[in-house]
Design a protein around this ligand. Structure first.
Ligand SMILES: Cc1cc2nc3c(=O)[nH]c(=O)nc-3n(C[C@H](O)[C@H](O)[C@H](O)COP(=O)(O)O)c2cc1C
Length: 362
């Protein structure tokens, strides 16, 4: 239905405008209990084999909404009805920001991928935390925080900026993701420096304050082995609860889109199919380095049950999608969950975490 009707119409518009329309429509739907119920009936899917309890939270299925789609917690009710097992809102920053000038998002249909340089546009931590407190989601709600997109906020002020958002959401978030890997703000990337990350996690008292919800670190897909090892060593020394792997890529690899088109688009984070393998590789490495003891949310190019299985086998406990929503539509959540269930039945597995041990069977 989406591919037949909505996608051809939306793809005639610029990616920025199509996204705006989608968000506006979703917002108006979120205010109508009747529409919400209808969408729930159409898209919901449940099976006991998909359920997991992680950090004491019930996840009805492993497919979550990745950060960036519901940046302002303005469409959370409808996203829940679309069938997501959990929702990550944000990135939220201490100060509101309109982000980068448009155009700032681009489709690469030949590669089922996107390039975006949104620039952390969001309503700011005060407004979003007030809005989020009023929500009563039936699924776990993660909040992703990042540094305000303003190159003038540097050093200790940058750390304080994160802390402002962190303090505003820590009382009600089911988990907090610290986004240190936004490719669209050069100053945000500095938190991928192990020393600066160490100071940040120290300031947030991640290891000391036992009242905090689980704190996760979101990593870039472009990290080499040494960078990844260093960042994990720091994160582990603060006993973080897990990792979100991965964010988008600044590189232009695994693409069939002509170079001319890529040059015309310019800089931005690449997401979707093109980063799927690399992100799975990072998950595998994190799983190995943390001896499979930490929760990993796998994200990057998932649009089918096979993509989900690849990431679970690599070590992911939970999964997230963004780009697949653009190419496949909201039905993709139900489809992946249904196909995962079918796969488990076929393999004689009774639970989604058992997929990890199907490594050699394929
Ligand atoms: C338009 C767009 C905006 C995004 N904004 C954010 C963001 O604000 N914070 C964040 O941590 N990740 C953001 N992401 C990254 C996604 O959460 C995800 O990590 C990445 O897109 C890979 O998943 P996918 O291939 O399923 O899209 C954004 C991605 C896209 C496409």
């Amino acid at each position: 239905m989406y591919k037949l009707l909505a996608r051809p119409l939306l793809f005639r518009l610029t990616s920025d405008y199509a996204h705006e329309i989608a968000i506006r429509t979703a917002k108006s739907f979120s205010n109508s209990p009747w529409i919400l119920n209808t969408i729930g009936t159409l898209y919901s899917y449940s099976d006991p084999s998909l359920k997991q309890k992680i950090w004491g939270l019930e996840f009805k299925n492993p497919i979550g909404l990745a950060a960036g789609f519901d940046k302002n917690a303005s469409i959370t009710p409808i996203m829940e009805k679309v069938g997501f097992g959990f929702i990550e809102i944000g990135s939220v920053t201490a100060l509101p920001s309109t982000g980068n000038p448009k155009p700032r998002s681009f489709r690469l249909p030949k590669d089922q991928s996107l390039v975006n340089r949104m620039g952390l546009n969001n309503d700011g931590a005060q407004t979003i935390s007030r809005r989020t407190r009023k929500l009563t989601p039936g699924v776990p709600l993660g909040i992703n925080i990042a540094k305000t997109h303003n190159p003038g906020i540097l050093g200790d002020d940058a750390i304080l900026d994160y802390k402002t958002s962190f303090d505003l959401v820590k009382d009600f978030a089911d988990y907090i993701t610290i986004n240190i890997s936004c490719p669209n703000t050069s100053e945000g990337k500095t938190f991928e420096d192990p020393e600066i990350l160490n100071k940040l996690l120290e300031t947030l008292e991640v290891n000391k304050d036992s009242s905090l919800p689980p704190v996760l670190v979101k990593l870039s897909v472009d990290l080499d082995d040494q960078q990844l090892e260093e960042l994990l060593a720091v994160s582990e020394s603060h006993n973080v609860s897990g990792y979100v792997a991965t964010n988008t890529s600044s590189r232009r690899e695994n693409l069939t889109t002509p170079q001319r088109k890529l040059d015309a688009i310019g800089r931005g984070g690449l997401s979707g199919k093109a980063i799927a393998k690399k992100s799975t590789g990072i998950i595998e490495k994190i799983s190995e380095l943390t001896k499979r003891e930490k929760t990993i949310i796998g994200v990057g190019g998932i649009s089918s049950a096979q993509d989900a299985i690849d990431k679970i086998r690599a070590g992911a406990d939970l999964l997230q999608i963004y780009t697949a929503l653009v190419y496949e539509g909201p039905g993709v959540v139900k489809r992946i969950n249904r196909e995962l269930t079918e796969y488990m039945k076929l393999k004689g597995l009774s639970h989604v975490y058992q997929i990890r041990s199907t490594m050699s069977q394929s």
